[in-house]
Write a protein that binds this ligand. Structure first.
Ligand SMILES: Cc1cc2nc3c(=O)[nH]c(=O)nc-3n(C[C@H](O)[C@H](O)[C@H](O)COP(=O)(O)OP(=O)(O)OC[C@H]3O[C@@H](n4cnc5c(N)ncnc54)[C@H](O)[C@@H]3O)c2cc1C
Length: 442
């Protein structure tokens, strides 16, 4: 009998697992995909908001494509519980699906602070396509938007809001903006850049309630300081992993489902991938939840390969956050906030440009990069810094040079051959096959 793989969650991780299984077995197994939403990419939602792409371009797989790949679907349905003793998944309508192996790829959801009015009219999250539709429909030039939260997700939609003509106020509870992406120096430069371009920023500000104003607007009350009036409130106040349905299953969970370097959970035929998984890190020996697109893609592919019977070990995920806001490139990599690392840093005096390099002995373990997008190094160096951290190349002969010239990363990169070290490395031990070329045998 054909092996049955059950994939729970049709986002980046789930979809990459499916294509990888089919790339390997060409249709020799059964695949059942259970997903609360049809497959799409959350990462492109900012471009949908800015109207650079239409809604059709958000989706990653149509029902026709899934059918052609021999995937049986249950869309609009949720996994309700898991019984590893009987190898059964139970859905929200009590349907039971038996599996030989199963992938947990249920991602994460947006969370809002527990303040009065946080669930009121004209208060939105921006995590799902439905939420993006609501915000997109409410935007018109001159709309006053209060964005609560100044983290990575908030910054991914900032360009789109400005482009659509919004008047933007950003409110952040932490003492600085981007608190989990850059340090104080970086945050100060970004804040200055945005304020010069008309974005109002309140850091260290706590919202106590969101009330209705006459005429359909909103009033945000703060613990200290004047009220903020807005037409639309966007809550970008963090995410939580979608783990509730696994309670009582016995699958080991911490911040996410704990997985090993083969993406297996504590149950050997249950895998986890993407935002919902806590897996090995590329830098160091620990495990972490890296809720970013590259990790979801890599996890999905490695889990898919193992589920299809090709023994594949994963090198671990690297935290990479890159965002361009109003033509300022902001990026951080790896252990950018490691307090025990040796730090080399510099700020340019004549323009907004900041570089921070974090070393553990001879290796680069983290970095922050800030610079105008039009300064060519800002974009080019992002790839090199990521490569140097990922490759773990020995930089001992270049450390002194970098201490005096932290912006001159190119010479060090070329000299130690980081690109050459990474070139032979492939996720699955072979070149990848374009998705369009993956087909089942008739
Ligand atoms: C606006 C925005 C911009 C972003 N920009 C970037 C970026 O620039 N760079 C970057 O690296 N990352 C970015 N991200 C994050 C990135 O999108 C996520 O890391 C990625 O989507 C994770 O993929 P995933 O497959 O793990 O989870 P998801 O894409 O969240 O997919 C999870 C799937 O599981 C389904 N599901 C959930 N619970 C259940 C259940 N109980 N039963 C059945 N199905 C369920 C969901 O409906 C969904 O289909 C962005 C995210 C957003 C929202």
């Amino acid at each position: 009998m054909a092996k049955r793989h059950v994939i729970v969650g049709g986002g980046t991780a789930g979809w990459n697992a499916i294509t990888t299984i089919r790339e390997i077995d060409r249709g020799d197994s059964e695949i059942v995909l259970v997903s609360a939403e049809n497959p799409y990419s959350r990462m492109v939602l900012p471009y949908y908001l800015s109207k650079e792409i239409g809604e059709a371009h958000v989706f990653t797989a149509s029902e026709t494509r899934l059918e052609a790949l021999g995937v049986e679907t249950r869309f609009g349905r949720r996994a309700a519980s898991l019984n590893p003793n009987d190898n059964k998944l139970i859905l929200d309508d009590d349907e039971e699906i038996a599996y030989d192996d199963l992938l947990i790829a249920t991602g994460s959801s947006a969370v809002r602070p527990q303040v009065p009015g946080a669930d009121g009219a004209n208060v939105h999250s921006f995590w799902t396509l439905d939420q993006a539709r609501e915000v997109t429909a409410s935007l018109k030039p001159g709309v006053r938007v209060a964005m609560v939260g100044a983290g990575f997700i908030s910054f991914t939609i900032l360009n789109a809001l400005i482009k659509r003509g919004a008047e933007l106020t950003v409110i952040e509870i932490a003492p600085r903006i981007l608190p989990r992406m850059v340090d104080d120096t970086g945050a100060e430069i970004v804040q200055g850049w945005l304020e010069e371009r008309g974005v109002k920023i309140l850091a260290g500000a706590e919202i106590t309630s969101i009330e209705d104003a006459s005429g359909g607007g909103k009033i945000l009350k703060l613990k200290a300081g004047a009220d903020i009036e807005a037409d639309l409130v966007i809550m970008a106040t963090g995410i939580k992993t979608n783990l509730e349905w696994l309670e009582g299953s016995g699958v080991e969970m911490n911040g996410g489902v704990v997985i090993n370097d083969h993406l297996r959970s504590s149950e050997s035929n249950i895998y986890a991938a993407g935002d919902v998984a806590e897996g090995p890190e590329r830098v160091g020996d620990g495990k972490a939840v890296h809720a970013i697109e590259p990790t979801a893609m890599q996890h999905g592919r490695v889990a898919g390969a193992n589920m299809a019977g090709v023994d594949t070990a994963y090198e671990g995920s690297l935290l990479v956050n890159i965002v361009d806001v109003l033509d300022l490139e902001i990026a951080s990599f790896g252990n950018w906030n490691d307090e025990e690392a040796e730090v080399i840093q510099d700020v340019k005096k004549d323009r907004p440009a900041y570089r921070k390099l974090l070393f553990k002995e001879r290796r680069l373990v983290g970095a922050i990069l800030l610079g105008r997008t039009r300064d060519i190094w800002a974009t080019n160096d992002a790839g090199m810094l990521k490569g140097l951290i990922q490759s773990g190349c020995d930089l001992s002969e270049w450390k002194e040079h970098l201490r005096g010239n932290p912006f001159d990363i190119k010479r060090a990169d070329l000299a130690v051959g980081a690109a050459g070290a990474l070139l032979p490395e492939t996720l699955l031990g072979r070149p990848s096959v374009p998705e369009r070329d993956i087909a089942v045998q008739q």
